[in-house]
Design a protein around this ligand. Structure first.
Ligand code: ZN
Ligand code: ZN
Length: 366
């Protein structure tokens, strides 16, 4: 493809490269024709019968968390000690690395590898955030990437801001979501003893690390009352942490730019990136989910998680960091096609040319 063609081509999706890609895709579709027919049957049946129902226990939990946030905010403004409020934000942004570097970039996307001390640290930090166990979070996130904006997407943004933000957590899932959860390969996490340990002991770990640790520290070290510490350091903090993560599923799928693929809903949202330690470059991330930086630009100031991973790489606890070459970004940005629908490194639907280049880069052959 000549540079002139790229600039003047009225429909970027019809480049020769795209034709090769389409041919590969077509071969794959033919090979999977039985599966496709069966899938269509499941989808049409599901559409006929699916009526979402409210899961009252989960809705009650969300109401408690959000009402408790308001009371916690009142206490922050009127009675809580300054150190207690500072502790809230220290806890949010320290434990946040458990989400961004841990359950997201490491366990959902296999974007790098981590030795056991780092995996243990990340699992403990992630548990402080209280966002379910690593296995369940990563499973839903792989399904979200793989089947984004279809009935199989757990927080399908086509159903609106509120559903993608929080509604999906207290309504019964679409049958396609249930089917896709069963179809996703999770064998790598099933052999990770630290992940399975946290899954098995999630309830006591939640009590200890999501509630106990954040609440006890202000009580023990600067004599904050237990009542205030509970509402501020558990409830108020938990709610802020949750809503930052929710914004990646809602705001970062609705409002922003799409420099890498204009045909998908994820966007680049600067505000979400600042709040979420660098997770708002969501258009890039959906196109290249295996890149450990989750963004094209390497600036740590708005992507602290990349700095966190690089710091641990320096001492050897993080290694095999996957990334994307400028050529690959260029190719994909001009392809504007379906190649974004993969859950991370190792997915069978990564195109052959990208996978070959990726492996060569990571074997230091390029
Ligand atoms: Zn992701
Ligand atoms: Zn997304």
């Amino acid at each position: 493809m000549s540079p002139g063609e790229e600039k003047t081509s009225p429909i970027m999706c019809t480049t020769p490269e795209m034709e090769i890609y389409s041919a590969t895709l077509k071969r794959r579709q033919i090979a999977n024709v039985d599966e496709a027919i069966a899938q269509k049957d499941v989808e049409s049946t599901a559409k006929d019968v699916y009526v979402p129902r409210i899961k009252w226990l989960d809705l009650s939990a969300q109401i408690f968390i959000h009402a408790g946030f308001l009371y916690g905010l009142y206490l922050v403004l009127t009675q809580a000690k300054l150190l207690t409020t500072l502790w809230v934000f220290i806890t949010i942004y320290t434990s946040g690395f458990g989400i961004t570097a841990g359950v997201h970039r490491l366990w959902s996307h296999k974007a790098y590898k981590a030795k056991w001390p780092l995996r243990l640290l990340l699992v403990l930090l992630f548990t402080i955030t209280g966002q379910r166990d690593v296995y369940t979070w990563a499973l839903d996130h792989r399904v979200h990437h793989k089947y984004s904006e279809t009935d199989g997407d757990p927080h399908d943004v086509r159903r609106g801001f509120f559903f993608a933000h929080v509604g999906w957590l207290f309504t019964t899932p679409h049958p396609d979501v249930v089917a896709k959860r069963k179809a996703i390969d999770m064998s790598d996490l099933e052999t990770d003893s630290i992940v399975m340990w946290q899954k098995r002991l999630y309830i006591p770990l939640f009590a200890l690390l999501t509630i106990g640790l954040p609440v006890i520290v202000p009580y023990y070290y600067w004599s904050e009352s237990l009542w205030i510490s509970f509402w501020v350091n558990f409830n108020f903090r938990f709610c802020i942490n949750l809503n930052i993560a929710f914004c990646v599923n809602s705001v970062a799928h609705l409002w922003g730019q799409k420099p890498y693929d204009k045909n998908i809903s994820p966007v680049e949202n600067f505000a979400v990136s600042i709040a979420s330690l660098g997770e708002g470059y969501h258009n890039y991330h959906h196109v290249f989910p295996w890149d450990y930086k989750t963004s094209e630009l390497g600036d740590y100031s708005f992507n602290l998680t990349t700095g966190f991973i690089d710091t641990f790489a320096r001492i050897g606890w993080a290694y095999d960091r996957k990334y994307v070459s400028p050529e690959m970004i260029h190719r994909r940005a001009h392809r504007c096609g379906d190649g974004s629908h993969v859950w991370g490194y190792g997915d069978v639907d990564i195109s052959e040319d990208d996978q070959t280049e990726l492996d060569m880069m990571n074997n230091h052959e390029l």
